[in-house]
Design a protein around this ligand. Sequence first.
Ligand code: PEP
Ligand code: MG
Length: 756
Amino acid sequence: MLGILRGVIQEVSRASDLQTVLEIIVERVRDAMETEVCSIYLKDEELQRYIFMATRGLNRDAVGKVSMGLDEGLVGYVGERAEPINLEDAQDHPRHRHFTEIGEEPFHAFLGVPIIHHRKILGVLIIQQQQTRRFDESEEAFLITLSAQLAGVIAHAEATGALAFQGRGKPTSARFKGMQGAAGVAMGTVVVTYPEAELHNIPEKKAANIDKEVALFRRAIEKTREDISVIAAKLEDRLQPEELALFDAYLHMLDDSAITGEVVDRIQAGEWAQSSLRKVITVHVDNFEAMEDVYLRERGTDVRDLGNRVLAHLQSVDTRRKKYPKKTILVSTELTPADLAMVPRDRLMGFVSVKGSGKSHVAILAEAMGAPTVMGVEDLPIELLDGAPVIIDGFEGVVITYPKREEKKYYERVAREEAALVEGLVVKADEPCHTKDGHRVRLWVNTGLMTDVARSLDRGAEGVGLYRTETQFMMNDRFPTEEEQRVIYREHLEAFAPRPVTMRTLDIGGDKALSYFPISEENPFLGWRGIRVTLDHPEIFLAQVRAMIRANEGIDSDLRIMLPMVSSTAEIDEAQRLIAQCYREIVEEGVEVEMPDVGVMIEVPAAVFQARDIIKRVDFLSVGSNDLIQYMLAVDRNNAQVAELYQEFHPAVLHALNHVVQVTHDERKAIGICGEMAGNPSAALLLMAMGFDVLSMNSTNLLMVKHALSHFALDQAKNILSKTLEMDNAYLIKNYVDEEMRKAGLGNIVRSRSHN
Ligand code: PEP
Ligand code: MG
């Protein structure tokens, strides 16, 4: 059974359009289950009807012509109940309805299962037989399993539908839903970026010059042949002759009569070498993987490796410089911080990432750059998009490919309104933030790159609540030296002096990787992260802390050091011992500097409950709500699949935040918050009411938050907070706070900036 399942899924995944997908399913399911009929009905959301889309065994002329209401017939019944309906004789059932055109009369046995994707019914898959009998349990289980797996493929094929355009004229506009990465709208031309030497990510493109493309490909094949011969020669005395024969087999595969010939044919037809190679290799891999024989099935992996090897050569012999259109929208399967710097800023309009969510680090960096970004667009057919015109809507998290004129007009209006909103903010950058009744709130910024500095100062940042030092480490190809770090830290301190700058010690792990220090873990967010890594590598920690303290020498700056991902007091004690050691050494070296304040981030539930023990040891606390929420709610901040469960307004989160503020103030110390939550104006209102001394955010949101807070008196905000603390549901809380914002005349800000 598993073999059949795998075969169907593979064949279907390879199909280029929805109708082919459906035809394969009905054909293969009918054969595999040895029934007389297999049909698929898909739900048309606009018409609110089930459409008869594909069949084997019933009248194929009726395909696309017959449809039924959502509450009609047995198909409607399966959809309504969202569970399988297994009937000995369908014609006896009260919900049975006769559709003459389909030709169902001779069939009695009926098994229908819903096709469900992300809680949504996409359609119904049905098998039927003339005989009067109940399908047995294993048949039912098989159909359910198949339908559950096919749902994703069908959803993707539906979404891709309008883009399956090869050879069929101009593609039509299509909408793909993801989630907000960074607010704003942008229009431009897609450039797909992909990790090098990963075949499955290669986008489809036209060959600019067919002869050159063929020559390039042939050079890559020659280099691959050389590699294989060298490896075979090295292994000659270590392998048996039959094992060595495998290398000959690889060389044969690269012959003109096999892979090379097939790829060249595709290039001659106008496609560039890289995606031609991808397609040819995929067919060969699939053929192997569909085989019953385990040994042959595993050869699929060899072919994939061979393909990747050719690709690597293809990419290294291709030295043509990448050109970016004037308005580039960079699209990637998984955007990385290095991708953000790839396109010259004057050509860059925005980003799209198929994976990840709004709280991924890369989205946070994109927001800091002020570049509209959409994350988690899982159904985006990225391989077809290079060069396509698109609109991205970073407010709603939507990507529109090949937009229509009306869509362009609509988004031009949205962009104008957004610009007017920013211009219309009543607050000034150089005035401090205070409520209607004069209560002062400190608004600081989160920084990472030097480019953040000017933007932050322009917007009136009163300090830096979080300097993500790892950004410098991530852009490098080795650990920066103490002196290299000192120079950069000093620039930061000087730029903001005399304002406070909170430097966080290196926070890698989770979704922040260093190419030169790979960490490979099953569960990285619960693994070796933040302070855990640096305490295990005191040489890295000491060099960084020394660089920070030395950077502060002789200037009127205010350095604070902050420790990330702390989950026990022992970690704090150890870190403080190392910091004290650095300070002592530096003073002994004759440098005159002050001992900086040291603080701890509250990012782990354990730290919430131990906030009192923690604050007694240090000078300040700062809540990292991005991580705290993911750990409290057990929702991976990077996973688009569960992004709806990532809720800033979750009652448990609000109570935790309120608690840490109270405990810190009991001890007469200060507490800030530096997660993305502080930059959401509705959430900022609650945070101010809780008593946070500092709200630190992306500079992009600073004026908007200042504007929003200036519309409330402190008591009014406290009232709103105490009502929310009585509520037990995140949606209710969010709606209530948004409504209060609207009442205060902030409807436009809620519309553009309030997310969950
Ligand atoms: C946080 O977790 O809220 C935080 C500010 O740190 P980062 O987003 O860099 O993990
Ligand atoms: Mg964090």
